[in-house]
Design a protein around this ligand. Structure first.
Ligand SMILES: [Zn+2]
Length: 296
């Protein structure tokens, strides 16, 4: 008797439970469909271009432009520490395809200090300034960057050549190395998502790329060869966290583009004798192809 009266009830309960289960299951699938595919279906690819002048602990030219100088070898170690912090941050934000390219003129990578989980490109000659960059990448990071020539509080500031004091204008806007790399990535639709360097470099990054580009300062310039250095434990933590924020900011960052043809102007010093002060030369022209920006 009890069995008979209970049977339909428990069947109904089972059916209700099954209904709730399938509803929850469908809701879960819906949530996964809404939020997970962007992370799973399109793996993030990040391209990092490095320079030496903007690394933690670097503040004088003896560290960056005198080949074989013991201070230079140490400075390269500092750079590798900054790179490692950013690579670790990216990997913790589920970026597993990372290319790091050595953008310092005389090259600055120390192979045995490479953080695992990224591919590292160094040496010369190479076909272009950002070898291998194409539209399959999701974001550009400029790491160890420096402010443009003439920035009063820019540690080791220069644009391309610190000795001949080059300066460049594109469509009337003076541009340093930050705004020379970014439009090459912009050509492929890739935004600059993060910049690291001194406080002046961060200010320059925000001016050109907007507040959504994550800027991490590792020192504060006092003059071209004097700085307040931030302790490495602190800069590495800030770089790690900055990389995680930069990945989250990708949807908000816009590629930096220059309208073509680019009206270009360059100023630089020519030295008639090694000890001379140098003559200032000015050159103007038109650049049709943004990929040839650095050839001007
Ligand atoms: Zn540079």
């Amino acid at each position: 008797m009890n069995d008979r009266t209970n049977q339909p009830k428990s069947a109904a309960r089972r059916a209700t439970r099954a209904g709730i289960f399938s509803f929850n299951f469908i809701a879960l699938l819906f949530i996964l469909a809404c939020f997970v595919p962007p992370l799973v279906a399109v793996p993030l690819r990040i391209y990092i271009v490095t320079d030496l002048e903007g690394a933690s602990g670097v503040y004088k030219f003896a560290q960056t432009r005198e080949p074989g100088h013991p201070l230079g070898e140490k400075a390269k170690e500092y750079l590798m520490g900054d790179i490692a912090a950013v690579v670790r941050g990216l990997r913790s934000a589920n970026v597993f395809d990372i290319v790091v390219i050595d953008g310092h003129g005389s090259q600055a990578f120390i192979p045995h200090l490479m953080e695992p989980g990224a591919r590292y490109i160094t040496g010369k000659p190479r076909p272009g300034p950002l070898t291998g960059l194409d539209d399959s990448f999701t974001g550009l990071i400029q790491l160890g960057a420096h402010a443009m020539m003439g920035t009063p509080d820019g540690v080791l500031c220069h644009t391309q050549s610190s000795r001949s004091e080059n300066r460049y204008w594109y469509n009337g806007i003076e541009s340093g190395e930050l705004a020379q790399c970014a439009p090459i990535a912009g050509h492929y639709g890739i935004p600059t998502i993060m910049v690291t360097g001194d406080e002046a470099t961060c200010r320059e990054a925000t001016k050109f790329f907007g507040p959504d580009c994550v800027a991490v300062a590792v020192k504060r310039g006092i003059s071209r060869e004097a700085a307040e250095l931030y302790p490495f434990d602190e800069t590495h933590q800030a770089l790690y966290e900055g990389a995680r924020r930069a990945v989250a900011a990708i949807p908000k960052c816009k590629p930096y583009k220059l309208s073509l043809p680019i009206q270009a102007k360059k100023e630089y010093l020519v030295f008639d004798s090694p000890s001379g002060k140098g003559r200032r030369i000015s050159k103007e022209g038109t650049i049709e192809d943004v990929l040839k920006l650095m050839n001007f």
